[in-house]
Design a protein around this ligand. Structure first.
Ligand code: ZN
Length: 130
């Protein structure tokens, strides 16, 4: 991808953080969108609802989501306390993580109740084959 800026992603992230006007912010957001995201999913196991704190602002924020590595313009920001410090993530990632947690809990509960046998549901059990 050809980038119409000589600034690095880190520099633009700093510009975004310190932007005083919406014009500055929009410009940084626009330029940051030209970078390919490098998502980090390695902390997903720590994505419990109790560790995340969504916050709604009455103005539009511009920030980089730590997890999906995309620039976001939103009224929502989520603070995530991981073992490697506090991370800022977007509302989309927050939803993904909480859904993921619910699915894990549901699966564990169903396995305990014997509704779903262990290992079932992956299409690998070969039910019907003999
Ligand atoms: Zn995100």
């Amino acid at each position: 991808m050809v980038k119409s800026t000589s600034l690095t992603k880190q520099e633009l992230t700093d510009v975004l953080k310190s932007a005083k006007t919406s014009k500055e912010r929009n410009r940084a957001v626009k330029l940051l969108k030209q970078f390919d995201p490098i998502p980090r999913y390695e902390m997903d196991d720590e994505g419990q609802k109790t560790k995340m704190q969504p916050k709604k602002y009455d103005y539009l924020l511009g920030y980089m989501c730590w997890r999906c590595d995309k620039v976001k313009q939103s009224n929502y920001k989520v603070f995530w306390n991981t073992s490697r410090g506090a991370k800022v993530i977007c509302h989309g990632c927050y939803n993904q993580l909480t859904e993921r947690e619910e699915i894990v809990q549901m699966r564990t509960a169903n396995q305990k109740a014997g509704i779903i046998p262990k290992g079932f549901g992956l299409g690998l059990t070969g039910v019907g084959d003999s």
